[in-house]
Write a protein that binds this ligand. Structure first.
Ligand code: ADP
Length: 259
């Protein structure tokens, strides 16, 4: 029996697009420190679940609680402030802006004074900007010291894996308690993906209460990092267990073969 209260508790979440049921009474509990692999064939509802948890989509039914707080139907900014951050499948950096500006844009929601205040009311915001630069540099250095040393270079000057690291730093700067990773392997080689996931794993070891839900089609990545896997098909949970358990499950095999 788990002693800890779940960080995220979703019960019977249903999301419809017209007649299509993208999530069908889906329930998931994630405890502090869990790393959960979210699997399923294309179109099974994985990204929809991330969009629901982060407030981009409002589900038709269900409950979503995070750290005991009801987040159902709350706007994305409020959910982010509550401690849920995500990365996207496609790189979302503004490549012509500096690493620092990209981090600042991502973090504005968590800064006390707001983005515009920080950018324009410079005197009043000097203290928060200075401490933000320090925090950004420290965090980037944990992923790659080169990024920390080139904080004011354009994001477009970095290779793909470093761009991914910058995106991760942007998500992590707000000190989330739950990180949603959507296909971190997209656009990267096997080696780069493993290296990035090793970075994530070692960050999580130093921050053991951070929970992670990972969508990833590279099964080796799932096997390497997830403690538990949940498999969706047509919006329904069809299996939950260790990586070994789910890949041997007949329903899972059938779902993937039917793709
Ligand atoms: P996955 O991430 O597992 O590939 P998705 O969550 O993206 O699957 O999609 C689940 C289902 O919901 C698919 O049939 C998809 O076409 C549909 N869907 C997702 N987002 C929308 C949307 N904004 N409008 C209409 N249908 C959508």
């Amino acid at each position: 029996m788990r002693q800890t209260q779940p960080a995220l508790s979703c019960q019977d979440v249903t999301m419809r697009f017209g007649g299509l049921v993208a999530l069908d009474s889906f329930s998931l509990e994630v405890h502090p420190g869990d790393v959960v692999g979210l699997l399923g064939p294309n179109g099974s509802g994985k990204t929809t679940f991330f969009n629901v948890v982060t407030g981009l989509y409002k589900p038709a039914a269900g409950t979503i609680r995070f750290g005991g707080t009801d987040l159902f139907g709350k706007p994305p900014a409020e959910i982010n402030r509550a401690g849920i951050a995500r990365s996207f499948q496609r790189c979302r950096l503004l490549l012509e802006l500096s690493v620092f500006d990209n981090l600042l844009i991502g973090a504005h929601n968590r800064l006390n004074n707001g983005l515009l205040h920080n950018l324009f009311a410079r005197k009043a915001a000097q203290h928060s900007i200075t401490s933000f630069i320090g925090a950004a540099r420290d965090l980037c250095a944990r992923f790659n010291p080169y990024i920390a040393d080139h904080l004011f270079d354009p994001a477009g000057a970095f290779n793909m894996i470093d761009r991914r690291r910058i995106e991760l730093c942007r998500a992590l700067l707000g000190e989330p308690r739950l990180l949603l990773l959507d296909e971190p392997s997209a656009g990267m080689t096997h080696e780069e993906t493993f290296s990035l996931m090793d970075d994530v794993t070692s960050f999580q070891r130093q921050n053991p209460d951070l929970s992670i839900i990972l969508i990833e089609h590279e099964m080796q990545v799932i096997e390497r990092v997830s403690q538990r896997c949940v498999v969706l098909n047509f919006g329904k949970k069809i299996c939950e267990g260790s990586y070994r358990e789910v890949i041997a499950d007949p329903q899972v095999l059938e779902a993937y073969l039917g793709e």
